[in-house]
Design a protein around this ligand. Structure first.
Ligand code: ADP
Ligand code: MG
Length: 262
């Protein structure tokens, strides 16, 4: 009898795609036969195991959909190496109030100081908190949307960058943009304004944005929306990439050395 119910319950659970509690089911039914468990205990445990399994599946799906270049967390960030960063401020941001309020985070600084690492870590926090995130470099964003526009499907393609609650746009300003690129970038920022957060990294200070957007008016319009509800984190310090080389005495001392390690 018990075996029969067990089998039919298995079938029902797989029909509902609730297959994480198989083992639990068997243990419980054994205990039930010995009157060691209540219906309420059983139901609670079954739902707990299935809910947790579903949460982990959704988390893993959101991680895949986010296209992160690597999966690094805040716990892997050595704040002592970068004293210009306020550790408390970053940890406060990781509590995700910014996502809830659709605020932006702008990380500025030279190469190697951890801008991408921190943007990824904050995206991972958002994903763990149940939000969707998407990571893209400014170059790929513009290239992708320019191509979509050429094919007359800009609006549809734009949804990829508008849907997630957190959009990371990495490396803004490394390469100059043409007029079309700047206009498309403006459209993304304007469409997300007060609706979804942007985490943006750049090696250029705001004063230089006119130059790489190729148009001061567009740069001003972009900054106006981007900075209305935003925190700027300016990182000054040494490249983490050069840390070990420096320790080993291998650092290139040419004045342009920093430019070669973007
Ligand atoms: P940026 O985007 O500013 O050029 P990255 O975030 O890509 O720099 O950092 C370069 C590499 O160094 C990455 O592998 C990153 O994980 C690591 N890194 C940078 N800063 C730190 C830090 N303070 N603690 C630990 N790892 C770091
Ligand atoms: Mg980077």
């Amino acid at each position: 009898m018990t075996g029969d119910i067990l089998e039919r319950t298995h079938d029902l659970l797989s029909e509902l795609s609730l297959t994480s509690s198989d083992e639990l089911l068997e243990t419980h039914l054994e205990q039930a036969a010995k009157n060691e468990t209540t219906y309420a205990d059983f139901l609670h445990d079954l739902l707990r195991v299935e809910t947790e399994a579903r949460r982990l599946r959704q988390l893993s799906t959101r991680m895949k959909l986010a296209h992160l270049p690597f999966a690094k967390s805040l716990s892997q960030f050595d704040f002592s190496f970068q004293p210009s960063i306020d550790e408390r401020q970053i940890k406060e941001l990781a509590t995700l109030g910014f996502v809830h309020e659709a605020n932006n985070i702008i990380l500025l600084g030279p190469p190697g100081v951890g801008k991408t690492h921190l943007s990824v870590a904050l995206a991972v926090s958002a994903i763990s908190g149940g939000y969707g995130a998407y990571f893209v470099s400014a170059y790929d964003l513009i290239a992708d949307l320019t191509e979509a526009m050429r094919q007359g499907r800009l609006r549809k393609r734009m949804a990829i960058y508008l849907r997630p609650k957190v959009l990371v746009i990495d490396e803004v300003g490394y390469l100059p943009m043409d007029q079309m690129g700047a206009t498309i970038f403006f459209q993304v920022v304007a469409a997300r304004y007060e609706r979804g957060s942007i985490i943006l990294t750049s090696n250029k200070s705001y004063a230089d944005w006119g130059t790489f957007f190729g148009d001061q008016t567009i740069a001003t319009a972009i900054l106006d929306r981007l900075l209305h509800h935003a925190v700027t984190i300016s990182i000054r310090g040494d490249s983490y990439r050069l840390k070990d080389r420096r320790k080993a005495g291998l650092t290139n001392t040419r004045p342009d050395a920093m430019n070669t390690v973007a």
